[in-house]
Design a binder for this molecule. Sequence first.
Ligand code: SAH
Ligand code: F3S
Length: 485
Amino acid sequence: MEHLEKIIDDKIQGKALVTENKKDNTKKLFIESYGCQMNMNDSEIVAAILDKEGYNTTQILEEADLVLVNTCSIREKAETTVRKRLQKYNRVKQESNKNMKVGVLGCMAERLKEKFLEEEKIVDLVVGPDAYKDLPNLLEEVHEGRDAVNVILSKDETYGDISPVRLNTNGVTAFVSITRGCDNMCTFCVVPFTRGRERSRDPKSILEEIQSMVDKNYKEITLLGQNVDSYLWFGGGLKKDFKKATEMQKATAIGFAELLNMCAENFPKTRFRFSTSNPQDMHLDVIHVMAKHKNICKYLHLPVQSGSNAMLKAMNRQHTREEYMELVDNIFKIVPEMSLSQDMIVGFCGETEQDHKDTLELMEYVKYDFGFMFSYSERPGTLAGNKMEDDVPFEVKKRRLQEIIDLQQEHALYRTQQHLGKTEEFLIEGTSKKNPNEWKGRNTQNTVAVFAKGDYKLGDFVMVKVEDCTSATLKGTVIGYSDNN
Ligand code: SAH
Ligand code: F3S
């Protein structure tokens, strides 16, 4: 339970994001980020753009010249959280920081557009996910006393030319975005509307960014996209326009398996992860690339949303339960030690008790290592929001959610127990939250272990003998460095 709560908590909690200050910068930026890792990475891009405008980051709201909140629209609760934060900014502005300017970024900005300015008087600036390069101009308008809005979605913006300023970094793990937007149109999901159509980033700029991270001694890179398996570089533009590409572009196009292979080969000492894989776009060539390289972590986030064919169809997921199970079988055949995680939605429109049982049964079949589970939250503007009835009562959603959380808990424990007695490689990422004398690190399967610090340092790859576990965490003893150092 602790593990799941932590995950859910991390997903909705905002934090002031900070980095080292520069002497020449005179203005102060307070920035926080809600929602997915992509948003977090976007906030790092925004910080890089504003660094050039003379802004240092701060954790103190009362001293900020500019407050930016990078928002999430995925569920209603995410939006309510942001509205509460705006009230807090408002109080600080009234009480102690009259001149501070407030901007909203991200998915809520894109969804609500100018309406934000009417609904929340505190807001001076509304900027959608593809318009961050316009921030310097927009800020100029704000300083001249006008509200400023740019929510234009782009055909080819990937921010490939911007080197993100790493915020709240542990100096060991970092995210690199490889695609933006999503073309999948799952009926419940607001992302295609707020982040636009799918486009991929130039592989050259991806490799350059990774090189710069490796030069700074980062040890693990997570490649990010709404749907990474659908990565396709053919010279720029929207993925849907690939049909119109020239023969030459088609012949030299690079897909996700190739990109992943290039990353693993170019940086043999760096660990790679990626997220998220959509089962409909995941091909076994990616699994073969994973099998080939020790430095690609054996962990797949493979959201299924439901175990019922009727629900998958209503959600416009392009596969059946049986196809998903076959995919999972094939993955385990190629990489037996693979760890898998899911996203599940309970209580989607029309979900019956039998549909719910199908979900529990699918979970039993896969026995996921980790899970991210949600009650369906109707989103305005989506197909489900417009055309389907949100007809599963709150109490039923709540009970079903608890049932899948409990089952996931059992499976997580089953999975962590499989590590007992083994000696595995862990990358030290930080100090354990519970014990300052212990490090925490993750193995290739993304399972967290805690162990006594000894003489080991942040960023070391160490071999740990696993001696004990809960459903969320392994406990062990370091027996030495791994050969990856
Ligand atoms: N492809 C994306 C999915 C983004 S949304 C990715 O990179 O992770 C993350 C998860 O939120 C989805 O997989 C889904 O389980 C959940 N979700 C999306 N819309 C939702 C809604 N309207 N109600 C409840 N959960 C939702
Ligand atoms: Fe959303 Fe489905 Fe894309 S969940 S982000 S529309 S893959």
